[in-house]
Design a protein around this ligand. Structure first.
Ligand code: AP5
Length: 215
């Protein structure tokens, strides 16, 4: 089963994708994670996208489509792919359909995680991640059991993202409403859209996603 988790910044896409990987053996394809890996590796592409990401703007379709194409043609995913943060424009959505067809696969469902802007600001401002394994935490809703060790890998390497500040969050939200939210109609028209309440607790959201996937 290949699915898209669609939602604004901070909706909980990464949190839920990691759960699905653990529980269903799916493969998470996060363009945000791929771009962050590229910028720390100091490649030309990484340097090019760093300033764009920090400002909260979208990088070009060409770059992210290239990243997804590389993964789709080199990765096997018996449990299916979770597209997290991709597609984000209508051009990316068309490209995803073509890429999946090229590798003999289809898109099964698009889960829209609906969250209001006040909750997004709270979620983004409290977020921190483990720089070693990528586990996502929150200062109020998901703290590690021990203050100085990641629950998953035990490392003490917590980080705040450079784009998790008020100014770039405002830009990220605008980008979402202008360029990404039209995908809700796009996938509704293709009869692939299922909307869930992203304001629920993490377990509540996970249960709604399971219901959407299992029917
Ligand atoms: P990306 O990394 O994709 O960021 P995003 O879409 O802004 O999403 P986030 O990672 O901020 O949020 P999330 O929905 O994953 O929430 P999370 O689970 O962490 O993209 C970053 C940048 O890269 C973009 O701005 C752009 O520049 C570029 N980019 C990436 N993809 C691109 C593309 N396709 N095209 C062009 N450019 C692209 O949760 C947030 C917090 O809330 C956490 O602290 C978590 O613990 C907490 N939380 C989660 N769920 C709940 C809950 N139910 N209740 C309470 N707290 C919760």
């Amino acid at each position: 089963m290949n699915i898209i988790l669609l939602g604004p910044p901070g909706a909980g896409k990464g949190t839920q994708a990691r759960k699905l990987v653990e529980e269903r053996g799916m493969v998470q394809l996060s363009t945000g994670d791929m771009l962050r890996a590229a910028r720390t590796s100091g490649t030309d592409m990484g340097n090019k996208v760093a300033a764009i990401m920090d400002a909260g703007e979208l990088v070009t379709d060409e770059i992210v489509i290239g990243l997804i194409e590389e993964q789709l043609t080199t990765t096997t995913a018996p449990g299916g792919f979770i597209f997290d943060g991709f597609p984000r424009t209508l051009g990316q959505a068309d490209a995803l359909g073509e890429l999946l067809a090229k590798v003999g696969q289809t898109l099964d469902t698009v889960v829209e995680m609906a969250v209001d802007d006040d909750a997004l600001v709270k979620r983004i401002s409290g977020r921190f991640t483990c720089g070693s394994c990528g586990e996502v935490y929150h200062s109020e809703t998901k703290r590690p059991a021990k203050e100085d060790a990641c629950d998953e890998c035990g490392e003490n390497n917590f980080k705040h993202r450079a784009d998790d500040n008020e100014v770039s969050l405002r830009v990220r939200l605008l980008e979402y409403y202008k360029k990404t939210s039209p995908l809700i109609g796009y996938y509704y028209a293709k009869d692939l859209l299922q909307s869930i309440n992203g304001l629920d607790t993490m377990d509540g959201v996970a249960a709604s996603i399971s219901k959407a996937l299992d029917g």
